[in-house]
Design a protein around this ligand. Structure first.
Ligand code: CP
Length: 335
């Protein structure tokens, strides 16, 4: 039988997500435990990280477990993912062996693998983590691929703490695109849509043009989530009406999906929307909204110093919560 994985929150019921958040809150009150005594997790990073690596490694340690960090292609062998590939290129081994060997050593496998940014129709298949989930005989945790479910839980936990309630229904939630000099992953934006609608908020996706809408898979999930949980989903390109009356503003930059592989054509559109920066004037339109971002964040590009340093900013709380929610996830999967 295939083990239970944590690849997307859509695979987990609201009751299960609520239980993870309750356990995370317990870990926040009392950090140390023995839930991973004698257990281990391999953390595979195909891309850079600061928060994810630190919080997973430390979280495993705080629960009595051991984390082993591997960067395939750097300190571990490059891996092939295509079935039937004639491996006469860079890759020295195939994921079928890597996943099964690691499963003999460790109790959990975490994977971070961003899109390649050349062809969204390929990237949206999430080939790397799906292959690990297929061949591993231990649970696999998504540490960010085309969604970022650990960030989702940390985010909703920070919102619940900020509002002093686990019931977020009726809150106006704005996910705003912001400018960045490079096209970035849509993972956190996809995840924000999933979790905000899952918790019944009235969600506005604010982006420059229709081309910045997220993948229809996540738009459809978000519409279903909203219908099931008493919220709503609206797409807007109007900054003022989107911000007006908001209770929460979440910022993220991403590349427009139709322009994958031809980014020089997207650049003029992106560069015409630098004014999507989160600043004091926009926040003044809200109903005293909380502001957050997954981090890392370029100050005075995505959000101003004044917004980042204001009491409304809960980004540091959200980053801290990564530690607590990931301990809850590891404990649940390895238990
Ligand atoms: N938010 C987040 O995942 O941070 P890192 O990229 O630093 O891990």
């Amino acid at each position: 039988m295939s083990p239970r994985h944590f690849l997307t929150t859509q695979d987990w019921s609201r009751a299960e997500l609520d239980a993870l958040l309750a356990q995370a809150a317990a870990f926040k009150r009392a950090r140390l435990g023995r839930q991973l005594e004698g257990r281990s997790i391999a953390l595979l990073f195909f891309n850079s990280s600061m928060r994810t690596r630190t919080s997973f490694e430390l979280g495993a340690h705080q629960l009595g477990g051991k984390a082993i960090v591997l960067s395939p292609g750097k300190d571990a062998w490059p891996i092939e993912f295509d079935t039937g590939a004639v491996m006469d290129g860079e890759a020295e081994e195939h994921v079928t062996e890597v996943a099964r060997v690691l499963s003999r050593y460790v109790d959990l496998i975490g994977v971070r693998a961003f899109p390649k940014f050349r062809d969204w129709s390929v990237d949206r298949e999430d080939k790397v983590i799906r292959a690990f989930a297929k061949y591993a005989t231990v649970p696999v945790i998504n540490m960010e691929t085309i969604t970022h479910p650990c960030q989702e839980l940390a985010h909703v936990m920070a919102l619940q703490e900020h509002f002093g309630t686990t019931d977020l229904r009726g809150k106006k939630y704005v996910l705003t695109w912001t400018w960045h000099p490079r096209p970035l992953n849509t993972a956190v934006a996809n995840s924000a849509l999933l979790i905000a609608t899952r918790y019944g908020m009235d969600v506005t996706l604010l982006c420059p043009t229709p081309e910045y809408a997220l993948d229809e898979r996540y738009m459809a999930f978000a519409r279903e989530n909203a219908a099931e949980n008493g919220g709503s989903l609206t797409v807007s390109h109007d900054i003022e009406s989107a911000y007006r009356g908001a209770h929460a503003v979440y910022a993220k930059s991403w590349g427009a999906l139709p322009y994958f592989g031809r980014w020089e054509q997207e650049k003029p559109i992106r560069d015409a929307h630098r004014h999507f920066i989160v600043d004091e004037a926009k926040m003044a339109l809200t109903d005293g909204a909380a502001f957050s971002h997954c981090l890392p964040l370029r100050r005075n590009v995505k959000a101003t110093d004044a917004v980042m340093d204001s009491p409304a900013c809960i980004a540091i709380d959200e980053a801290e919560n990564r530690l607590h929610v990931q301990k809850a996830i590891m404990a649940a999967l390895a238990g």
